[in-house]
Write a protein that binds this ligand. Sequence first.
Ligand code: SF4
Length: 116
Amino acid sequence: MLVNDFQNKVPDTVDELTKLPGVGRKTANVIASVVYAKPAMAVDTHVFRVSARIGLTSNAKNPLQAEKQLVKYIPEEKLAIAHHWLILHGRYVCIARKPKCNECGIRPYCKFAPKS
Ligand code: SF4
């Protein structure tokens, strides 16, 4: 398909990328934002979980719903880096089983944070 349909070039839009076999929306968003610096938000399990916990998303039932909410409220120029912030925050601070709320820099803004 890259040769025949896209003139030997990896496409730069999510719509075109997801036409490629094996490329889902998350991968397409990663390529669009990392390779082409487009304002796109890839939602993997970590972004999905952390966004919901903090309160950046509300009642999102799937990654696409979460993506739509995040894209709506995060400034366009911050979307690509916000994806990495959320992943790193989930990996090192807001850990799934035991979030480090006492060390967390965004605790005052977090819906899940203990109130004491
Ligand atoms: S305060 Fe706790 S739950 Fe909220 S983002 Fe920080 S680590 Fe996660």
